[in-house]
Ligand binder design. Structure first.
Ligand code: NAD
Length: 478
């Protein structure tokens, strides 16, 4: 979706046709203070953090049920808010349901440690919530990213203030509404709306916020990381990527080509883990590229609710301008655009923010367009000679979010998977992102791990407790 900011509201525009979807009021500084105070009060007084974990789990299950009951309207709203194909939007609601169920289970089964005794005491750890967590998300997968933060943060006993992107503001209030209806105590999940540099910046700087969980671009992540460092509050950063998708000559090329196409053109490339650099072994380079270009040209680019749609529009008209500028930059660097490289022509596309699947080759791997994230359906192709050459190129960016490796040789897959600097390694598959497996970046792709059991620990601090067992008074010196 696209939003145009009026004085005090965000207007959501459907990127498929330019129509208005809805409006939300921008949170004022005074309202932000009141929201943080309400979150703190709910954290201290609602009894949520003292609730037995299995009782908190009941509420999380009820939220999951509430989401599931509204799957179709939520998916449709997300489709109109940011233009993703309806099947993907349904999948994201399913993901959100699964996240609440998973963290309900983790919440009631998570164990802490009894630590080895070294004296007359019993020592063990407990987990304590941070208080008010600021959860800040980008526009590409709202309901899914929201659940990925809100479910574990609540499970750990925190209050959450969720700030969706100004470019996709409509799903977060729905999640808060459903959570309230499911019985979540008042004030434990609140939403603020507005631009990052204003409302987002004020939220992370607010004294009443005890932990920051951010997903978005690396540039913003650095700014937030600096603020968190100054304030000495923990911060989790899920940032950008330029993930290498590696095809060795011995790969099953049918599967590899399909996965490379899905990895970059799924979600119109607006995915942090998009496989945006194809690294292909020289001996199969021409064949793989020819098949890929053929597949790219046959992708069904259509309205997000059209039958058989594979790729919808980009999420906003201004994002399409950014993606096109990226492609122009690649051309200026000497890249050859093998397909795409522009908006599609034809009356079906005129009113929407569509962009053609684009494949570019002929660039050196240190070209800006091989280093920077396009966050669109743009793939750069880089041939490699051998494993050493591959590893050097694959690791030769500042990012380290994910990678894919296609080979039938399991030892080579193991070696390469261990050598690549990435938080997620997909071998003979791609873009599997599940709520039960940790996810996060190496290098400039982030700090911390969401999802999995680590995803709950992210929102809790360890407290060590000692129960004295000594029979005599403690001596001053021993
Ligand atoms: P962005 O960094 O511009 O904005 C993300 C969020 O941060 C928005 O809500 C924005 O309003 C807010 N924000 C911006 N400046 C802020 C500030 N100074 N203080 C506090 N909040 C601020 O990113 P985007 O354009 O919305 O999303 C695209 C980026 O997100 C891409 O780089 C993509 O790779 C990344 N992303 C990462 C993941 C992941 O899990 N690693 C997932 C999805 C998207």
């Amino acid at each position: 979706m696209d939003t145009r900011t009026k004085a005090d509201e965000l207007v959501s525009i459907n990127p498929a046709d330019g129509s208005e979807v809805g409006r939300v009021a921008i949170t004022t500084p005074l309202e932000l203070d009141a929201i943080v105070a309400r979150g703190q009060a709910a954290f201290r007084n609602s009894g949520w953090k003292e609730l037995m974990p299995h009782k908190r789990a009941e509420v999380l299950h009820a939220i999951a049920n509430g989401l599931l009951a509204e799957k179709e309207p939520l998916a449709t709203l997300q489709m109109r808010d940011n233009g993703k194909p309806i099947a993907e939007c349904r999948g994201m609601v399913d993901y959100a349901v699964g996240a609440f169920r998973y963290y309900a289970s983790v919440c009631e089964t998570l164990e802490t440690d009894v630590t080895p005794r070294r004296g007359d005491y019993v020592s063990f750890t407990v987990l304590e919530p941070y208080g008010v967590v600021a959860a800040i998300n980008p526009w590409n997968s709202p309901i899914m990213n929201d659940a990925a933060k809100v479910a574990p943060a609540l499970a750990a006993g925190n209050a959450v203030i969720l700030k969706p992107s100004e470019d996709a503001p409509l799903l977060a209030p729905e999640l808060a509404r459903i959570a309230a209806a499911a019985g979540l105590p008042d004030g434990l999940l609140q939403v603020v709306q507005g631009r990052g540099a204003e409302v987002g910046a004020a939220l992370v700087a607010h004294k009443g916020v005890g932990m920051i969980s951010f997903t978005g671009g690396t540039t913003t992540g650095r700014v937030i990381g600096r603020v968190a460092g100054e304030r000495i509050v923990p911060v989790a950063l899920e940032l950008g990527g330029k993930s290498p998708h590696v095809v060795f000559a011995d790969a099953d090329l049918d599967h590899a080509v399909a996965a490379v196409a899905a990895g970059i053109f799924g979600s119109s490339g607006q995915s942090c883990v998009a496989g945006s650099r194809l690294l292909v072994e020289e001996s199969v380079h021409d064949e793989v590229v020819a098949r890929l270009v053929d597949r790219a040209k046959r992708i069904v680019l259509a309205a997000p609710d059209a039958k058989g749609v594979e790729m919808g529009p980009l999420a906003s008209f201004h994002h399409r301008e950014r993606v096109h500028a990226f492609v122009e930059g690649a051309r200026a660097e000497g890249g050859r655009v093998l397909c795409g490289g522009s908006a599609p022509e034809g009356e079906d596309y005129g009113a929407g923010a569509y962009y053609l699947p684009t494949v570019i080759d002929g660039l050196p791997h240190d070209a800006v367009s091989c280093q920077d994230e396009a966050f669109g359906p743009v793939l750069v192709v880089l041939p490699f000679k051998n494993e050493a050459d591959l590893v050097e190129m694959a690791n030769g960016t500042d990012f380290g979010l994910a990678c894919g490796i296609w080979t039938e040789n399991f030892k080579k897959a193991w070696r390469t998977g261990r050598a690549l600097e990435a938080g997620s390694v997909w071998i003979n598959t791609y873009k599997q992102s599940v709520t039960s497996t940790p996810f996060g970046g190496f290098k400039d792709s982030g700090i911390g791990r969401e999802k999995g059991i680590d995803g709950l620990r992210l929102y809790a601090q360890v407290k060590s407790m000692f129960f004295g067992l000594q029979e005599n008074p403690l001596p001053i010196a021993k």
